[in-house]
Design a binder for this molecule. Structure first.
Ligand SMILES: [Zn+2]
Length: 355
């Protein structure tokens, strides 16, 4: 199976987690950023590769340097543009990219200017590749500016911002500390996704879903802790797990990222296969292509190899991801009927995943 040629939908990718190593070095030189651990491209790539970090906190440390070189409008625009080019080369046809604009304001940029620069980069990439994108703005769980970020989401919807996310360290920073921001987003009828159930258990998912009202859950894999698993299969579900499955709450699953933050020792131990077989609304994403040295094609190949996802399963994931996207229904239907299903047909497969 040539997974690069399969039309793919990416819902969970951090702008500051997907930079090219050469770009980091060039931007560091331009902005006289002196904090990089090395100026040798290969060594820098190895440093960013967080395969051995073993913790979410160690993983997050690497972002200090990527956002460190994203402090001018030109830099942010370039990083956004290059991410679209790189994703298109990987066969991604629709992508939602997220970042925390307030992290790019240590010099003189306003958050609004940062967002405009990111959107300009995405648009340039879209014009060049045909890949369609949406921008999600993040507030960090361990910061206190979530309501300001939520206001920016609503203010900049017309320019291409599609939703709001809470990211950053999960343990000790409950999502419902940010209820005013989440409520602001929902009352503005905008889209809300929250990182939850990545490092912390079902209670964190419950807070994100039932207290904050998230429409999608970033990761969410620890919902498996509310399930009874025997021989690798889920045989019964707790009440929260039932809710997540029965309401088809989309889970933005990033397998390699979870392995690198130490959640599971090997790909086969990851619950993605069990959750998929039990009917949870699994979508597959990259999280941070730089730190995890991955691509969406790599993620698809990984679940095919270790969890027996067939091409039909991957088409179901792509279609489900498209329907869970924060774009309009006409956009979803157009991409489904004109790009995704024909793409699978060209691979010699039925467009109907059930046939
Ligand atoms: Zn993430």
């Amino acid at each position: 199976m040539d997974v690069v040629r399969l039309p793919k939908v990416l819902l969970h990718e951090h702008l500051d987690g997907g930079l090219r190593t050469e770009t980091i070095l060039e931007l560091a030189a331009e902005q006289e950023y002196r904090g990089l651990p090395t100026e040798h491209p290969d060594e820098l790539a190895d440093w960013f590769y967080q395969g051995e970090s073993g913790s979410l906190e160690g993983y997050l440390e690497a972002f200090r340097h990527t956002v460190g070189v994203m402090q001018t409008a030109e830099a942010v625009e370039r990083v956004a543009y290059e991410s679209v080019v790189d994703l298109a080369a990987d066969g991604v046809v629709y992508a939602e990219i997220r970042f925390a604009p307030t992290l790019c304001t240590t010099r003189d940029l306003s958050p609004r200017r940062v967002i405009e620069a990111a959107l300009a980069g995405l648009r340039r990439g879209e014009r060049e590749t045909g890949l369609e994108t949406g921008l999600i703005l993040d507030a960090l769980r361990n910061q206190t500016d979530s309501l300001e970020v939520a206001r920016l989401v609503v203010e900049m919807e017309a320019q291409g911002v599609v939703g709001f996310d809470l990211s950053g360290p999960e343990r000790g920073f409950p999502a419902d500390d940010h209820l005013p921001a989440c409520r602001y987003i929902r009352e503005a009828s905008m889209a809300l996704t929250i990182h939850a159930g990545e490092a912390d258990g079902p209670d964190s998912i419950w807070r994100a879903l039932q207290r904050c009202g998230a429409h999608r859950i970033g990761h969410g894999i620890r919902i498996v802790d509310d399930c009874l698993v025997e021989d690798g299969d889920i045989i019964s579900l707790g009440r929260l797990a039932s809710y997540v499955r029965d309401h088809q709450i989309p889970l933005e699953v990033c397998v390699t990222s979870n392995l690198h933050t130490g959640e599971y020792p090997s790909p086969a131990d990851h619950p993605v296969g069990a959750l998929h077989r039990a009917g949870f609304a699994i979508t597959l994403s990259t999280d941070n292509r730089l730190m995890s040295r991955t691509s969406l094609s790599d993620e698809l190949a990984l679940v095919a190899e270790h969890h027996e996802f067939t091409t039909r399963d991957l088409q179901q994931v792509a279609e489900r991801s498209m329907m869970a996207a924060f774009c309009s229904l006409p956009t979803k239907e157009r991409l489904l009927t004109e790009v995704i299903r024909p793409g699978y047909e060209r691979m010699g497969l039925s467009p109907d995943p059930l046939s």
